[in-house]
Design a protein around this ligand. Structure first.
Ligand code: ZN
Length: 87
């Protein structure tokens, strides 16, 4: 189990979060269909750290960017991508 330190709520279990995508798989709105397909499905899968986008769906519902190691799952950094969306 991973423990994710939400900048808004503090440390919480991974089960409260939803993995969305890697930072480099965000498709610009003006991307061609071929460019969007290449971005989403033809990416490299190197070992090492990667920036990922997560959402605290069972907490503040805020968006986060995690820098996480692909092999060890060690979380190196967490930063908010916007304000918390508290009800
Ligand atoms: Zn949170």
């Amino acid at each position: 189990m991973m423990l994710i330190d939400c900048p808004h709520c503090g440390p919480r279990a991974q089960e409260e979060f939803t993995y969305e995508r890697t930072r480099d798989s965000v498709v610009p709105l003006d991307a061609t269909p071929a460019a969007a397909m290449a971005t989403l499905y033809a990416r490299a899968n190197p070992r090492g750290e990667e920036d990922e986008i997560w959402r605290h769906t069972l907490g503040c519902r805020g968006w986060l960017e995690l820098r996480r190691h692909r092999m060890t799952h060690a979380i190196v950094a967490v930063r908010p991508l916007g304000p918390a969306v508290l009800p």
